[in-house]
Ligand binder design. Structure first.
Ligand code: SF4
Length: 426
């Protein structure tokens, strides 16, 4: 299997892009994690991976999206983006996630890539703007991997993403990227309506046949202005996705990304561990893309390194959430985020201005943290890589307090018992 994967990489992608990815993501990526560990030892902080949502606009209207895609357009402008990347590079970072809205609607996106050829970008995109010209330019630049989202079969995709023809347009973008031998990934926000179609061998086999090199199965998180609870996975279904990821990694010649478990299958939150933080389209520095609260911005006067290191809000976020859960705080304990926002006077970073109200309405549910049900990695390569480069860096040993953990499933059970209208028998 490892041999077939290596063969695929060698034969199906542009060698120059492959070498660049190996160097920037592999060698320099490991170095940035190493520097992060050393900073932590010195009591300093800067996340080794930054996500930048460069624009809020999008051509689609997906169910459950938390971005103000229909609001007036805001962008991280070219100079601000370059300066942020420059300062992060100075801290050793070499990999950046680019999100939106739809990033390819940013008029200067290619200029950002061009100005920063020494780092690698992963672009989260619906693929609609990847024409042959765009794909050819990405190949020339050699430092971008498109991560194209596919949300289900034609009908499911179109329903989830708000209009007809979405999947076929996405597939055209995917094919253009593959024709130009880019390193392409496909991601899915797994929910009730696509789990049976996409979390299965046949789908992964099709991706491999097409030439896709990696896939990423996120869990749908019912957050934002219009959370769709019917789409949320149960605890069992989330474990099913995790098992599928672990099995696929051990058996199929494709890389499977997941950001929520260490080598032993222990859950973690990459924002609570400080592995990543996020910059929104207005420049606000948020714990992660779905937590739209901030006290600092990239537009502040002080250097980014100082902002990250000295942010009391982000530090408190990491510690408070890690004390209470190894899972996703916005799914399990939205009340903690409200507490945190009040304590630090954090601003709502959305155009709609209703984040606290939205947090109050979230019905807590289990996330990746399912104590006693951990599913360890089967593949020795992932085990090794995670042991060294993707784990909690001691966060939970330092902060997690089991007495503070509240199991959302037990709360749902006790609430449903409390609401029972069966007569009490004496
Ligand atoms: S808070 Fe939740 S959505 Fe944000 S990084 Fe952590 S696990 Fe992911």
């Amino acid at each position: 299997m490892y041999l077939s994967l290596a063969k695929r990489f060698l034969l199906e992608t542009d060698k120059r892009l492959l070498f660049k990815a190996g160097w920037t993501l592999g060698v320099r990526g490991l170095w940035s994690v190493h520097k992060h560990k050393r900073r932590l030892k010195r009591g300093e902080f800067f996340p080794p991976f930054l996500y930048l949502s460069v624009i809020n606009s999008c051509n689609l209207r997906c169910q459950g999206c938390w971005v103000d895609v229909a609001a007036k357009q805001h962008r991280i402008e070219l100079d601000a983006a370059n300066e942020t990347i420059r300062q992060a590079k100075a801290m050793g970072n070499s990999f950046f996630g680019i999100l939106g809205g739809e990033p390819f609607m940013h008029k200067d996106l290619m200029k950002i890539f061009e100005a920063n050829r020494d780092v690698y970008f992963q672009v989260f995109t619906n693929g609609h703007f990847i024409t042959d010209e765009v794909a050819a330019e990405l190949r020339r630049l050699g430092n971008v991997t498109p991560l194209i989202s596919v949300e289900g079969t034609e009908m499911i995709s179109d329903t989830r993403r708000g209009r007809d023809g979405v999947l076929s347009q996405t597939m055209k973008g995917l094919e253009a990227a593959l024709r130009h031998k880019l390193l392409v990934g496909v991601c899915t926000s797994v929910c009730k309506t696509n789990i049976d179609d996409l979390v299965r061998d046949e789908w992964v086999d099709r991706l491999i046949e097409m030439g896709v090199m990696y896939c990423w199965f996120h869990i749908y998180r019912p957050v934002g202005p219009e959370p769709n609870l019917q789409l949320s996975l149960s605890s069992e279904e989330q474990r099913r996705v995790r098992q599928f990821v672990v099995d696929t990694r051990a058996t199929k010649p494709i890389i499977v990304v997941d950001a929520y478990h260490d080598d032993a299958g222990n859950a973690l939150c990459p924002a609570a561990t400080g592995f990543t933080h996020h910059v929104g389209p207005w420049g606000d520095i948020e714990p992660c893309p779905v937590i739209q609260l901030a006290t600092e911005s990239i537009h502040d006067d002080r250097p980014l390194a100082e902002t990250m290191n000295k942010s009391a809000f982000l530090k408190d976020f990491r510690e408070l959430t890690a004390q209470h859960t190894r899972g996703c705080v916005i799914m399990e304990r939205p009340d903690l985020l409200i507490e945190l926002a009040e304590k630090h006077g954090a601003r709502d970073t959305t155009a709609r201005g209703r984040v606290i109200d939205e947090l109050e309405k979230i019905q807590p549910r289990r996330s990746q943290y399912q104590p006693g049900q951990e599913i360890p990695e089967r593949s020795f390569v992932y085990r090794w890589a995670k042991k060294y480069a993707f784990n909690d860096f001691g966060t939970y040993a330092r902060h997690f307090d089991v007495a503070k953990y509240q199991d959302p499933d037990e709360q749902v059970d006790s609430q449903s018992q409390a609401k029972s209208d069966l007569p009490i028998l004496s």
